[in-house]
Design a protein around this ligand. Structure first.
Ligand code: ZN
Length: 400
């Protein structure tokens, strides 16, 4: 019995819609997954995510939750679902990306990586086995293998070495993952899943394809990852400082070659435009901190691109952030009011913009799915991107 089930429901070119069923929720793909770094989507209560925003799956960050409150606390409280009260699906990353991007004094060897905690400077060690242990204690529906993430502009030799290490770590991740499922270490296990929806009730494990901007290495990494065999496949190491055309080139080359009957997940990407482009190449799942991170700095995603609420031209603007957006923020509040809140350091400004941004991302994906089902995704993509380009032009012309 499988941990997840995924079925394609419609196609247009490489783009596809599908239904992903986990032990905790049914998810329509392509899907955007809000990022809950510390077990919370910053500034947005679960009540909103469950009702108006209708997010079926969110992310938790293994690195952050491991350091604080710690695995012992989360395990004692019954896992991340019980602890946080989020009862829909969770995907946890491996912690590797944070270790490689946030911490100093890393020491990398075959076993894993030694580093100092960014919170208190404690010496820590993370390996494929430890990452699997933590993710079992968190009890997420989808677990990610522990991989090494080289910088986006890494040369070919560094990248090859790195993807070979990633493949060995993927194998070790899977071995430990299987042991943990057998031992019953997964706090999110649902024993009745077999009767209710014909799933194993256990966690699913996704592999990660690396290889930076080198297409032949991407192909090699894909082959090694598929050889090991996973429930789904992710594209890692994009949006890490490489040029945009490189990312699109990798997606165009790689996504259509990935296993047809498993979900394809592009990690940590990106803007609404990036999402639409990646769907065009056949990607099914996305996550990114941008909606909430930008929300906190006053930056809103709208159908004409982006706007910054700090801009003086919004001081008397009685229109909503995006007049085409159906979200509860846009139905009620004006740009002038949100700008006033922002300028007055009121926390509600970040809350309202984060909420709108998430609504915008999730609604964009809803429109993407609808247009694929209708065979009109090509038109949708064209119009969506044209509007952003036009907005950018106006933005530049206004001299701000
Ligand atoms: Zn809105």
């Amino acid at each position: 019995m499988n941990a997840i089930e995924w079925q394609i429901t419609a196609r247009e070119g490489e783009a596809r819609t599908g239904i992903l069923r986990t032990r905790r929720s049914e998810i329509e793909t392509p899907v955007f997954m809000p990022v809950g770094t510390q077990g919370t989507i910053k500034g947005v209560r679960f009540e909103w995510l469950e009702t108006e925003l209708d997010a079926r799956i969110i992310l938790g960050n293994t690195y952050h939750l491991w350091l604080r409150p710690g695995v012992e606390v989360i395990r004692a409280l019954g896992g991340l679902h019980k602890f946080s009260t989020w009862d829909r699906s969770l995907l946890t990353d491996s912690g590797g990306f944070q270790v490689f991007s946030l911490t100093d004094l890393r020491k990398l060897n075959e076993d894993g990586v030694e580093f100092r905690s960014h919170i208190n400077g404690d010496k820590m060690f993370l390996s494929p086995e430890i990452s699997m242990d933590i993710q079992a204690a968190l009890g997420s529906e989808i677990v990610m293998v522990f991989d090494e993430c080289p910088p986006g502009d890494a040369g070919i030799d560094v990248t090859r070495k790195s993807l070979e290490l990633t493949a060995r770590w993927a194998k070790r991740s899977k071995n430990r993952f299987v042991e943990l499922q057998d031992e019953g270490a997964d706090t999110g296990f649902i024993p009745s899943a077999a009767e209710i929806n014909n799933l194993s009730g256990q966690q699913a494990l996704f592999g990660i394809v690396q290889g930076a901007g080198h297409l032949d290495l991407r192909g090699e990494s894909l082959e090694k990852t598929v050889d090991i065999g996973f429930d789904g496949y992710a594209i890692g190491g994009l949006s890490v400082g490489e040029e945009k055309p490189v990312m699109y080139e990798v997606l165009e080359f790689l996504a259509p070659q990935m296993p047809e009957n498993a979900p394809r997940y592009l990690m940590g990407v990106g803007t609404p435009e990036d999402l639409v482009e990646a769907v065009f190449h056949g990607v099914d799942m996305f996550d990114c901190v941008m909606p909430t991170r930008n929300g906190r700095t006053g930056s809103a995603f709208v159908s004409s691109g982006k706007l910054n609420i700090r801009n003086a031209k919004f001081a008397k603007d009685s229109e909503p952030l995006d007049s085409e957006c159906p979200c509860s923020v846009c139905r009620r509040y004006s740009k002038a009011y949100i700008r006033h809140l922002y300028q007055s350091n009121e926390m509600l400004a970040a809350i309202l913009i984060s909420h709108h941004n998430l609504a915008f991302f999730l609604d964009t994906m809803r429109q993407v799915r609808q247009s694929i089902r209708l065979g009109m995704f090509g038109q949708f993509r064209h119009d969506f991107i044209a509007k952003i380009r036009e907005g950018e032009k106006e933005f530049k012309a206004s001299g701000v």
